[in-house]
Design a protein around this ligand. Sequence first.
Ligand code: HEC
Length: 122
Amino acid sequence: MSRLNVLLALLLSLTCVAVLGGESADLPSGPLQAKVKAACLGCHDSGIIVQQRLGKPAWTKEVDKMTKWGAVVDPGDRDAFIEYLSANFPGDKEPYVAPRTVGGKKRYGRSDSANSRVFRKW
Ligand code: HEC
């Protein structure tokens, strides 16, 4: 391998670590963070969790639904999971602002006639 290839390989692996690390960075720290990461980030990243604004009954349903779907939550941790999630992502928290994937431009804006035509068909 040339020196450049070694450098590129190193850069690529560092990027992967950064991406993987970044995925769950937004789950608030606390004693439950590691357990929630382990149980909840196997099938989707933390984005789908941190964007929720739910009351405790809804978080209860959510945790039980995910457990039925295959999340491994120790029965002794179930209530603590629900506490952690409903304390950090309650219904009255300020709305989640989704990061834009396209620089500042709305993808399905009304002014974008080509896209809204496609949108209306659905
Ligand atoms: C076995 C796979 C799996 C595990 C583990 C898992 N989920 Fe999910 N989760 C899904 C799927 C599939 C969806 C719905 C599809 C999608 O939108 O990506 C989903 C969606 C969600 C949603 C969005 C609302 C909804 O119900 O669709 C939330 C919130 C969520 N999961 C929270 C959690 C939490 C909290 C945990 C850990 C207790 C967890 N998930 C673990 C598979 C899983």
